[in-house]
Design a protein around this ligand. Structure first.
Ligand code: MN
Length: 741
């Protein structure tokens, strides 16, 4: 099969559509697009089964109906666009699902058709493909910082779960570029810029060279209209002078190659304007200095013939040093293969030559799409092997035969990396590890933002900080000046930076708090001995530190706070041998409990104190200060056994909520639990947990873990629960029951 240029865009005339139900395929869609339709389906019939062609025709009618009454900027009926996209895919010989998806690719965005409807009529694969293309369309409407085109491309590729989605998207973009004339100038420039930055490089990456060149050429034309016009004129002007040279070269080659027993097809072309423009720009040349505006292509039967032809050409004209490249021995990353050389032709005019086999030519033209192009042609095993070569160079496949599923799997590995790409509110793109949460994002932006984040908005919606980010998400972090990292974050953050920063913060904070607590405990102990901490001079500290530890004063205080040293002992040792003057001190005052956020102080899990409860503090080695209610059963009878009792009381402005355990005995009646729950909720408390006794009788015991603000709040809830007729008894539990831990 010959690799002609991509199918030309058809000129269509708008016409009113008739109402035709989507049956009896294949007949043209209900618009005057018969010619395009016939052309597409003639192409499809050359490589697809009749029943597949029928399905595609049905999709065509479906799409025409869905888009009925819609027109493109050019005035053409909208269906002309999906038809053109399908035609490009048919040229690549893509499978029926891709063709169906191409015809339907805009219906989800532009009409009321849903994915479920498409799945029902045309199967899940086609529906997934359409959905994939629609997602990319939505991404396109996001702005992106220009310097980040590379990341944007990666995000686009990562979002497409199937390489066919990208192929449809590229064919879509090609047709939009071909019809860009009809679009507003400002929009034209934006689309052209995007094509140059994003889509042309993707086409190049996938080895779709013909498409790549056409996209570049069209983008150049619309992005720099003036430069394009000037250059077009210049090339046209030069043509007259240089045409003669081309004729000479052509004649010489056509004589020389057969003389060397090489059977070859020789073509020539004017170089692409964008290529010439880039050369002028990058090398600061004027047009007259860009001499090689013609390129010759020589297509031969096999690889040895390529090198033979190269030898023959080098015998004919002198090669320009440093210009020879052997992409046959070392293919480009996208699988491209050819020999490139530049020869000095008649009148010293340099002319570029590309030499390749027909198989290499197909791959150069269609790249990844050539997979479908040759999928079923078993006779062409050599061709198939070559077709896959570009892929092999990417993924180091060892075997030559790769089936379709495996092929896609490998393409995926290469194209869709293990990263997610998300936007900052300013349009910057960050790449994070797959599975990353909003907290990872916050730390990736800045450590301070991570440390102070309290909430996030993802795509304008309030979401929990632990939410896993998806490609294309726009993430906004909400911070508060006094916020601090939560130890729970460590259970879901994915990035090393976030993890390290959270750990660092918590450790530092705990040490600070423990040191403050230790100082307080020491002051209390000294006060019990009739002294004040402030009275101790540095001499007493120096003596103590020298005699009893190699640590600093601060480290000793931290140890006391963590319960690793007993404050009473440290106090006595500090005082021993020192004479302290001054008045006997008053009490050092109680330690104030600020609530659940305290790291150095823990509320006991047995009695679960809440603000309003009288408190008792106990120091436990390695755990620091544990705060119980004064009547906690766990401490009963043990008070004498504990040496280190500490005075603690609630801080005036503690922040909750705090959890308490409540046991409710209620009559067995339908709806009792619901009534209890409603009453609790009415009084603004949460139920963190509820369990029920197993034994069945007239009554049941229910165990609630409630989240309350303080003792007054709890009392009000209990009072109202008690009023319920079904409730017979209520008690607040202060020890771990077998129902709770
Ligand atoms: Mn489209």
């Amino acid at each position: 099969m010959s690799a002609a240029a991509l199918p030309p865009s058809a000129l269509l005339s708008p016409s009113a559509g008739s109402d035709e139900p989507r049956i009896v395929p294949p007949t043209p869609p209900p618009t005057d697009l018969t010619e395009d339709f016939e052309h597409l389906f003639a192409q499809l019939r050359t490589y697809l089964k009749p029943e597949d062609v029928d399905q595609i025709a049905a999709a065509c009618h479906f799409s025409a109906n869905a888009h009925r009454g819609q027109f493109r900027s050019s005035g053409e009926p909208y269906i002309s666009h999906p038809l053109a996209v399908a035609e490009t895919l048919a040229y690549w010989r893509l499978d029926p699902q891709a063709l169906i998806a191409a015809l339907l690719h805009d219906v989800m965005e532009d009409t009321t058709i849903t994915k479920a409807q498409i799945a029902q009529d045309f199967g899940k694969v086609a529906a997934d493909l359409v959905d994939g293309v629609s997602k990319l369309d939505r991404l396109e409407n996001q702005s992106y910082a220009e310097a980040q085109a590379e990341n944007f491309r990666k995000m686009l590729l990562a979002m497409a779960q199937d390489v066919r989605v990208i192929l449809i998207k590229l064919a879509d973009r090609l047709h939009n570029m071909r019809t860009l004339d009809a679009v507003r100038p400002d929009k034209r420039r934006r689309i052209a810029r995007e094509t140059l930055d994003i889509y042309a490089p993707i086409a190049n990456r996938l080895g779709l060279n013909t498409l790549f060149c056409e996209l570049q050429e069209l983008a150049f034309r619309y992005l720099y209209p003036l430069r394009y016009r000037v250059l077009t004129k210049a090339v046209r002007g030069a043509r007259g002078n240089r045409r003669e040279v081309v004729g000479k070269i052509l004649a010489a080659i056509k004589e020389r190659l057969p003389a060397c027993h090489i059977d070859a097809e020789v073509t020539w072309r004017e170089k692409h304007l964008y290529g010439i423009y880039r050369k002028m720009r990058d090398k600061h040349l004027s047009f007259s200095q860009v001499l090689d505006i013609y390129g010759f292509r020589i297509i031969v039967a096999d690889t040895p013939a390529c090198y033979l032809a190269l030898g023959a050409l080098h015998g004919l004209y002198k090669p320009l040093p440093g210009k020879f490249k052997d992409y046959i021995a070392i293919p480009k990353a996208n699988g491209y293969q050819s020999l490139h050389t530049t020869l000095i032709g008649p009148y010293g005019m340099p002319v570029e030559f590309q030499i390749r086999t027909r198989q290499m030519h197909h791959i150069a033209d269609s790249g990844v799409a050539s997979h479908w192009l040759y999928k079923d042609e078993r006779a062409l095993s050599e061709l198939q092997r070559t077709t896959h070569q570009w892929l092999q160079s990417l993924i180091e496949l060892q075997t030559a035969s790769v089936d379709s599923a495996e092929f896609l799997e490998h393409v995926k590995v290469d194209l869709f990396p293990g990263e997610v790409y998300v936007f900052t509110p300013a349009g910057k793109i960050l790449s994070l590890r797959r599975g990353a949460s909003a907290v990872d994002f916050a730390y990736a932006v800045h450590t301070d933002i991570g440390n102070c984040c309290i909430a996030c908005r993802i795509n304008q919606e309030n979401m929990p900080l632990r939410t896993e980010l998806r490609n294309g998400d726009r993430v906004e972090i909400i911070t508060a000046p006094n916020a601090a990292p939560n130890p729970n974050w460590l259970s879901f953050v994915k990035s090393g930076k976030a993890r390290a920063q959270i750990r660092h913060f918590l450790k530092t904070k705990q040490q600070e708090e423990s040191a403050a607590l230790g100082k307080h405990l020491l002051a209390q102990a000294l006060s019990g001995l009739g002294h004040r901490l402030e009275e101790l001079g540095s001499a007493a500290w120096q003596r103590f530190l020298k005699a009893f530890s190699g640590k600093t004063q601060r480290e000793v205080l931290t140890d006391i706070g963590l319960g690793k040293r007993l404050p009473a002992i440290v106090a006595r040792r500090l005082l021993s041998g020192s004479v302290v003057d001054g008045p006997v001190a008053q009490g050092a005052g109680a330690i104030r409990v600020k609530g659940s956020g305290d790291l150095a102080i823990q509320l006991a899990h047995c009695c679960r104190p809440i603000p309003g409860d009288p408190l008792v503090g106990v120091i436990r080695a390695g755990q620091g200060l544990i705060v119980h209610t004064h009547d906690c059963p766990a401490l009963r009878g043990g008070k004498a056994g504990h040496k280190e009792w500490v005075d603690v009381e609630w801080d005036a402005d503690v922040t909750g909520p705090f959890e308490v355990l409540v046991r409710v005995v209620a009559q067995n009646a339908p709806g009792v639990l619901a009534r209890l729950a409603v009453t609790i909720a009415e009084h603004d408390a949460n139920i963190a947990n509820v369990r029920m006794d197993e034994d069945e009788g007239a009554t049941t015991a229910l165990y609630f873990t409630l989240q309350v603000r303080d003792r007054v709040h709890l009392a009000r809830i209990l009072r109202n629960l008690r009023r319920l007729p079904a409730v017979t008894r209520i008690t607040r539990l202060k020890e771990n029951s077998p129902h709770h831990n």
